[in-house]
Design a protein around this ligand. Sequence first.
Ligand SMILES: NC(=O)c1ccc[n+]([C@@H]2O[C@H](COP(=O)([O-])OP(=O)(O)OC[C@H]3O[C@@H](n4cnc5c(N)ncnc54)[C@H](O)[C@@H]3O)[C@@H](O)[C@H]2O)c1
Length: 246
Amino acid sequence: MDRVKDKVCVVTGGARGIGESIVSKLSAEGAKAVIAIDMNRENLNEVEKKYRNVEGYVVNVTKREEIEKFVGEIKEKYGRIDILVNNAGITRDALIQKMTEEDWDMVIDVNLKGVFNMTQAIAPVMMENNYGSIVSIASIVGEVGNIGQTNYAATKGGVIAMTKTWAKEFPRKGANVRVNAVAPGFILTPMTEKMPEKVLNSIVEKVTLKRMGKPEEIANAVLFLASDEASYITGHTLSVNGGTIL
Ligand SMILES: NC(=O)c1ccc[n+]([C@@H]2O[C@H](COP(=O)([O-])OP(=O)(O)OC[C@H]3O[C@@H](n4cnc5c(N)ncnc54)[C@H](O)[C@@H]3O)[C@@H](O)[C@H]2O)c1
């Protein structure tokens, strides 16, 4: 299928987990280029080898100078960026009493400011070309909260609020730039594999479909929102959680 035929796509945190799955879908759906950015060069090399038209760049979403240089290079090479997927994210969990300032700052820096940094750098390129679709990965935790995740919940709730704000801001002068989010439930990736089995089992009990999600189930939702199939959808957060909140 060719749902993103000839599009130039950027996926942050594209070297593993949900990000890798998004990269593989965009590649399979006819993208001209899928640019995976991550901090892990070895994983990026693997992703470049596995999928067609994929290029890996080592860029840290918290470093504004690195992002500026990266966006300049991509603009020079392709002249445009059609799709941005803000996927890079981290967790540093602790109850509020035990959460250090460093835990708070790190998660805010990557999950919230990272999304701000990337969008601020790339949205003008989209507006110049009068075309763009941005999808950011939020979380069920940003919708309903979670014990031990004050920092993470704040960032994911923030991503949902920024999505609505940018959906209003970017088309003000008529540019066809849409902004949406996907809020995954609990998905089996290296991020969640490190959680204790007891915790994982208690999560599954709360899921209507009685299982964790798969990265490709998130990638399918991202692909839909990123593509022109969702041409009249903007400012929306699509929950993909197996019916965990009903
Ligand atoms: N796995 C889940 O259950 C789940 C649920 C809801 C939301 N999410 C969100 O989905 C996204 C992907 O999660 P995942 O489970 O695939 O995580 P993951 O840890 O498996 O992968 C995240 C990737 O992001 C990269 N990354 C981290 N910090 C970065 C930075 N500063 N700059 C560039 N790249 C960076 C990592 O190197 C890694 O390759 C995250 O935003 C996460 O919060 C995950």
